[in-house]
Design a protein around this ligand. Structure first.
Ligand code: 6CS
Length: 312
């Protein structure tokens, strides 16, 4: 059979490279075929998710920044300063986390989804028109976020006016100055050419962009034991490739941006400058528990334990 797999990015972006590795494994080790649908071919991320839940698509990649409206607990990945900056620890976490491997699959299952993998796409940077070093500098600035209530809370605490938008509206809104900025990993700022409509790229160390690959649960449950194993092995194969891949493209992305737009400013806030942002983050943690109740608190505690373990 041909299995359909939709992603939120283009085929050469991180989600596309992951999907390609997955496809290669499946097609090499079975008679099944995978057809990948890049961003723009089936609608926005939320539309694609509906299609995956309905079983029109067998596989889907959607990031917690969008899944948060369906599974509020998934927003734990968006919590500011939850991740360490040490990349080895991040790898260990995504490989071994009990929250990811044992707890989140149950929540996704309730929405008709078989959670296959979660993986990082790199540190999140903030693009703006003017430099900022403290939350007060962001007062009145409209910063686009993915459509997650928790990201809205985060940017309120960061001093800004959070503006949730679907991806398709971001470039145009920056170009027409409807918004002042947005947040995304460096590879995406380069590949989506967001730097063309931004002046400053700032690193405050607040998040690692996380994404998730799922299968329609009815489809997955209907597979033979052998085919389930095939899908799991393909996921493992793509995952192991992507951990190094996403790290290897950051420097190149930065260089390309510099070359194409020499006037761009890269800023990294010092630990001291990050302090007020970290302080604001504390309130976002409270908000997360408010939004997700006991279930969210439990999964967040497990995540924090997993992160501690991963940093050892
Ligand atoms: O900001 C967004 O909406 C997009 N960012 C990334 C890195 N991937 C897909 C997502 O739609």
């Amino acid at each position: 059979a041909t299995w359909k797999y939709a992603i939120e990015e283009s085929i050469t972006d991180v989600q596309g490279v992951y999907a390609t590795k997955f496809k290669e494994y499946i097609e090499k080790n079975s008679d099944h075929k995978i057809k990948i649908y890049p961003y723009g071919t089936l609608g926005e991320s939320v539309d694609v998710m509906e299609q995956a839940q309905a079983g029109i698509l067998e596989f889907v990649d959607q990031s917690p920044g969008f899944t948060g409206t369906l599974i509020p607990e998934a927003q734990a990945f968006l919590l500011p300063y939850v991740f360490p900056e040490n990349s080895k620890a991040i790898d260990n976490f995504f490989k071994n986390s009990k929250a990811i491997n044992e707890m989140f699959p149950k929540l996704y299952a309730k929405q008709g989804l078989e959670l296959l993998k979660m993986f990082p796409e790199g540190a999140v940077s903030i693009t703006t028109q003017e430099p900022f070093t403290k939350p007060a500098d962001l007062n009145g600035k409209k910063i686009r976020v993915m459509t997650s209530p928790l990201l809205v809370e985060t940017y309120k605490e960061f001093g800004a006016v959070p503006t949730p938008l679907a991806w398709g509206e971001v470039y145009g809104s920056l170009q027409t100055k409807i918004i002042d900025g947005q947040e995304n990993p460096m590879f995406w700022i380069e590949s989506a050419k967001l730097y063309e409509v931004s002046e400053v790229i700032t690193d405050i160390g607040h998040n690692i962009f996380t994404t998730a690959v799922m299968a329609n649960k009815r489809f997955f449950d209907s597979l033979s034991k052998e085919n389930k194993k095939l899908v799991k092995n393909a996921s493992e194969h793509a995952f192991n490739y992507i951990l190094d891949y996403q790290k290897s493209i950051i420097k190149k992305a930065k260089e390309k941006i510099k070359k194409d737009k020499p006037s761009i400013k890269f800023v990294t806030l010092t630990d001291e400058q990050r302090e007020p942002f970290r302080k604001g983050a504390q309130k976002v943690y409270k908000k997360f528990v408010e939004l997700t109740g006991k279930s969210g608190e439990k999964i967040l505690n497990q995540m924090l334990e997993d992160l501690k373990e991963a940093s050892k």
